[in-house]
Design a binder for this molecule. Structure first.
Ligand SMILES: C[S@@+](CC[C@H](N)C(=O)[O-])C[C@H]1O[C@@H](n2cnc3c(N)ncnc32)[C@H](O)[C@@H]1O
Length: 262
């Protein structure tokens, strides 16, 4: 897409990551002025969590388009959805509409939005814009899940000369282990399907007592574990497999200078 388009604009906004009022004033204002909003959902036929979070800010005249982004399965099938949504967004912008797209937490952190972004603008075009948003785009930052969890769990993310790493638990085991060994503070995202492995790595390196896990942070279903040693490593993301279901929205914070269970 060229940076010369005058008509229409896309506003990509971080919301939540749970509570509706964890939103910037800018995002709340923009939400009330949109012609159309695109909301992602991870499960077909379900209401988007992101949409339920921002519903109260939307104008009744705003059109809502919900897209099912595939979380599992073939890369080609996921790419087909990203292509379709990126194309739909381009057409909305070209037709002169004020378009919104919302993501949970911050849009630039582990977000499907980035797969759409790279289909709408090239790195060369971003460089040509002197690393600024092109005229047809504004990205409004949100509160990352780990910021919300650090605040809710009273756990500093990092201080003074400490190092902080943010890593997806889908990374290879050796990469995860190095992150645990090489940094003072660690944020482990997407933990839900790899909890048994993470639990074992934390046990092996005596880090269980420095870890805090929070699921569905700032939502009414929020759960917080401060003593991971007491939690079964068999906790499953799939309620059918286990009575202890772990939400997809689960994150672990570790701070080696902030011992939780003494
Ligand atoms: C696709 S990433 C989205 C990250 C998001 N853009 C952010 O800024 O935090 C999904 C992962 O974010 C984390 N996450 C998102 N919302 C959360 C919440 N309310 N509570 C706990 N973890 C959350 C979990 O680790 C989840 O597996």
């Amino acid at each position: 897409m060229s940076g010369k388009i005058k008509a229409g604009k896309l506003y990509v906004m971080g919301v939540g990551p749970g509570a509706s009022d964890l939103i910037t004033v800018r995002a709340a204002r923009i939400l009330s002025e949109l012609d159309v909003i695109y909301t992602p959902t991870g499960k077909k036929g379900t209401q988007s969590l992101a949409h339920s979070i921002i519903e109260e800010y939307l104008s009744p005249t705003t059109q809502v388009c919900t897209y099912h982004f595939l979380m599992k399965g073939e890369r080609a099938a996921k790419e087909a959805v990203w292509n379709e949504v990126a194309q739909a967004l381009k057409e909305e912008i070209a037709s002169g509409r004020k378009v919104g797209f919302i993501t949970l937490g911050d849009p630039m952190l582990f977000s499907t939005w980035v797969f759409l972004l790279e289909r709408m603008i090239s790195l060369e075009q971003i460089a040509a814009q002197q690393m600024k948003n092109p005229p047809w785009l504004e990205i409004v930052p949100g509160i990352t899940s780990f910021s919300a969890i650090a605040a809710a769990g009273v756990m500093p993310l990092a201080m003074e000369n400490q190092t902080l790493v943010v890593i997806s638990c889908m990374a290879p085991e050796t990469v995860l282990e190095q992150a645990l060994l090489n940094h003072d503070c660690i944020v482990l995202m997407k933990v839900y399907s790899r909890f048994a492995l993470i639990h074992e790595l934390l046990r092996r390196h005596n880090l269980l007592e420095y870890a805090l896990m929070m699921a569905d942070a700032t939502l009414p279903t929020e759960q917080c574990w401060r003593d991971l040693a007491a939690l079964s490593p068999d906790v499953s993301p799939n309620a059918a497999d286990s009575e202890q279901a772990l939400s997809y929205f689960s994150t672990i914070l570790i701070n080696k200078n902030w011992q939780l269970s003494r």
